[in-house]
Ligand binder design. Structure first.
Ligand SMILES: Cc1cc2nc3c(=O)[nH]c(=O)nc-3n(C[C@H](O)[C@H](O)[C@H](O)COP(=O)(O)O)c2cc1C
Length: 208
């Protein structure tokens, strides 16, 4: 692949909130992309601690129903004001539910522990490095999904939903949920994005 094609794919990756259920590719293609992320994204010391859970169609809708009921529980205890839930949280959750799928990005701490013991000098680095690698999986899939015609956005309802989600899909309870990527047919363009000056953000030394 040319560098230009790679940059085009990066430019095409944007946050798209309004998503629908018309998948531009088959579920098998989605699976292929997810497997490609797992196989090709690097991890520190090759720990391979990232875990991906893909929820499609009804399973995806169940995730957002679980998120809504979790918030209803918080409203009942007074932790979240009912107005905030009704006017802000619920409309957002309904918008996510209208999409085609969600990818849950996890870290399995069991695969980090051994490295922390073996390389004690780097002990405190393994968790942030695991998050870096997890984020690379997110970026890979965000870009890949949008390159095949989906739109996507990244959400963080963890840790609120961790326990009911683990229970629903029988996932190991020690897996740490890092992010949720909602994807579906793009139903509205991305918003405007302001860019800070490149000169403030990039320094090059030794350029011809
Ligand atoms: C690490 C990270 C965390 C983010 N968390 C959220 C989030 O919780 N909710 C959300 O709506 N967008 C989230 N975003 C999306 C950013 O707001 C968005 O990427 C940024 O405004 C740039 O817009 P673009 O994605 O269209 O390029 C996150 C992005 C990154 C990289």
């Amino acid at each position: 692949m040319s560098a230009e094609a790679f940059v085009k794919a990066a430019e095409n990756r944007r946050t798209i909130y309004k998503l629908g259920k018309n998948a531009p590719v088959s579920d098998a293609k989605i699976e292929e992309l997810v497997n490609a992320a797992i196989l090709n994204v690097p991890s520190s010391f090759n720990t391979q601690s990232t875990r991906l859970v893909v929820l499609l169609k009804e399973e995806h809708e169940r995730l957002w129903d679980i998120t809504a009921s979790t918030f209803e529980g918080l409203v009942a205890t007074g932790a979240v004001p009912e107005e905030t839930f009704k006017n802000q949280t619920l409309p957002k959750i309904q918008m996510f539910k209208a999409a085609y799928g969600t990818i849950l990005f996890y870290e399995d701490p069991a695969h980090i522990k051994g490295f922390q013991e073996k390389f004690a000098a780097f002990k405190d680095h393994f968790e942030p490095w695991a998050d870096h690698s997890n984020a690379m999986h997110q970026y890979f899939l965000w870009t890949a999904l949008e390159s095949v015609g989906f739109g996507a956005n990244l959400q963080h309802y963890n840790p609120l939903i961790n326990a009911p989600v683990a229970e629903q899909w029988k996932l190991p309870t020690d897996w740490r949920l890092v992010a949720q990527m909602v994807f579906g047919s793009p139903e509205a363009p991305a918003g405007e994005k302001a860019q800070k000056p490149i000169e403030e953000r990039v320094k090059i030394f030794g350029k011809q």
